[in-house]
Design a protein around this ligand. Structure first.
Ligand SMILES: NC(=O)c1ccc[n+]([C@@H]2O[C@H](COP(=O)([O-])OP(=O)(O)OC[C@H]3O[C@@H](n4cnc5c(N)ncnc54)[C@H](O)[C@@H]3O)[C@@H](O)[C@H]2O)c1
Length: 248
């Protein structure tokens, strides 16, 4: 697949290029768009979508939220499926994304980690199947992380809540705090240089299942965006997300 990479010079853009150089899923970056890129590159990198004169089959976007308007104008005009991995869009920009998806295939997700999406699915199945089990979520991140618990831990919790609507979160425990029915314990560890670990423990009196995802680096998001692109090339116009990717 021949990719136009928006955010060509950024951290995630470079991760996509590394994967394409290693021929991951036949990804081939044919050009980039990046308003601020001034470095050397093997393929042309344009400052604006108006300047692009290279044909591609797919657009992958890891740039800045304000780029989405020009990007989708170009994608719709040329009928190019688009993976939007950039985050932080305003409501107005989200409407632009929705409108474009009526005309071309658009993939839009806040977290492109295939492993995390799988973990949420597995946690839901396990929580639903192990009737009456005690459920605990433990996450670990580096000592520089500001927010706790992580957005991913909350995503896992929300996923479980979809199948067990009466459950509720308890953040950490201390003192007299006996477990209540429906309680989901959420615990945040902050230590060293940990990129991101999430564990879901589902335990009855007779058995325990532990599900664990470990992120080794941020390349996993680039990997996920390329997998989403490969999926998108086989779809018609519409708005797709990680749930669609894991259906088959
Ligand atoms: N969905 C996910 O799973 C996921 C994972 C990681 C990062 N992200 C998102 O991807 C985006 C990029 O992340 P990053 O770490 O690579 O950031 P970055 O700052 O390293 O790179 C962004 C790139 O976009 C370019 N850019 C910025 N403003 C622009 C503009 N107005 N026009 C054109 N190009 C512009 C910059 O020059 C830069 O090269 C962020 O929104 C980030 O939150 C999403």
């Amino acid at each position: 697949m021949n990719i136009l990479l928006s955010g060509f010079g950024g951290f995630m853009g470079r991760e996509v290029i590394k994967l394409a150089d290693a021929n991951y899923m036949n990804a081939n970056v044919v050009c980039g768009v990046d308003a601020f890129f001034k470095g050397e590159s093997n393929v042309p990198c344009f400052n604006s979508f108006n300047d692009v004169n290279v044909k591609c089959d797919l657009i992958i976007d890891f740039s800045f939220h304000t780029v989405v308007k020009d990007l989708l104008e170009y994608a719709v005009k040329n009928g190019i499926p688009t993976v939007i991995a950039t985050t932080g869009h305003t409501e107005e920009e989200k409407t632009i994304i929705k409108e474009a998806s009526a005309k071309i295939p658009v993939f839009y997700a806040a977290n492109y980690s295939i492993g995390v999406s799988l973990l949420v699915n597995l946690a839901k199945i396990t929580a639903k199947t192990m009737v009456g089990a005690d459920i605990e979520i433990i996450e670990a991140h580096h000592n520089r992380k500001v927010d706790a618990p992580s957005g991913t831990a909350l995503m896992i919790y929300e996923g479980i809540k979809e199948v067990l609507p009466n459950s509720f979160a308890v953040h950490g425990r201390s003192g007299a705090s006996k477990r209540q029915t429906g309680e989901i314990g959420i615990h945040a560890l902050r230590m060293g240089n940990v990129v991101g670990e999430h564990q879901v423990i589902v335990s009855t009196n007779n058995q325990t299942i532990t599900l664990k995802h470990e992120a080794h680096n941020r390349a996993l998001f680039a990997e996920g965006a390329i997998v989403a692109g490969d999926f998108l090339l086989k779809q018609g116009a519409g708005l797709y997300g990680m749930k669609d990717l894991l259906k088959d």
